[in-house]
Write a protein that binds this ligand. Sequence first.
Ligand code: C2E
Ligand code: CA
Ligand code: CA
Ligand code: CA
Length: 279
Amino acid sequence: AKEAGKNNCQFYAKGMSASAVNYLLLENDLRRAIELEQLTLHYQPQFDLASGCLTGVEALVRWQHPERGLVSPAHFIPLAEETGLIVPLGEWVLRAACVQQKQWIDAGLNVPRVAVNLSTRQFRQRDFPGKVASVLRHSELPAEYLELEITESCAMEHAGETINQLNQLNQMGVQLSIDDFGTGYSSLAYLKRFPLAKLKIDSSFVFDLPLDQNDAAIARSIIGLAHNMQLTVVAEGVEKVHQAEWLLAEGCDQAQGFLYAKPLPADQFESHFNRAGEF
Ligand code: C2E
Ligand code: CA
Ligand code: CA
Ligand code: CA
């Protein structure tokens, strides 16, 4: 039995080795990527559905890997979260987005706001609001130009601490949004105590609009809930004109998605922006 156990163990170790090595390589690469600034941000615009005006941009991180090419955040954010690398990575993203937004203001480009995604680990750091204050100071970006997105599940996980962190950020003048709304389990009692500006309807409820009756019911409820709480509501993943028309008719405030623009590198975003006068 002992022998079998040992063999099992070896077998297990062998079976694991390829992916474990790959994982370690990727972890090392990611560590270096943060140091070498192989990370880059793409920006996806958001629009007011009724007027078509640009309301802001969301910063989305990309990894320009020397051999693997452009790596999607869906691949390395989970790894970064597990290893704790998400904290330096998230700080890099925050700094880069604030510096970019400040450049746009200085260049006279009317970008109303930049939204940055936060991971749970980053947001839960006790001194996180202080870190944001320091980034704003160094980039000389007024706080109202920064929006921070936390996911619904992150917000609800330790709701008491969430309120405390959000209050500090809100007092600084930063805008706060709940991302991927509808995918977690919200306590409405907590939701109303968070000092929020926005709810973002998760794209999974948007893709099959307006035909899917369940998605339509969910989207409608989120729009109603947001408005009852005086919050702005944004639909993500809008790809088709029909979705945008339905959302506008249902009173959704803003939209973001491939119908308008994919996430773009800053220079492409700027030339698009300049050519269109606005967008
Ligand atoms: P998210 O915050 O929900 O971001 C929206 C994702 O939907 C982005 O994927 C965006 O490119 C994609 N998207 C936008 N419009 C459409 C559309 O019309 N159709 C479809 N099919 N997709 C659309 P991306 O850039 O691959 O990012 C994936 C996720 O990675 C993000 O989801 C976010 O959770 C995470 N992420 C990205 N950047 C950061 C970051 O800087 N920090 C952290 N913590 N997470 C990030
Ligand atoms: Ca987001
Ligand atoms: Ca989202
Ligand atoms: Ca998402």
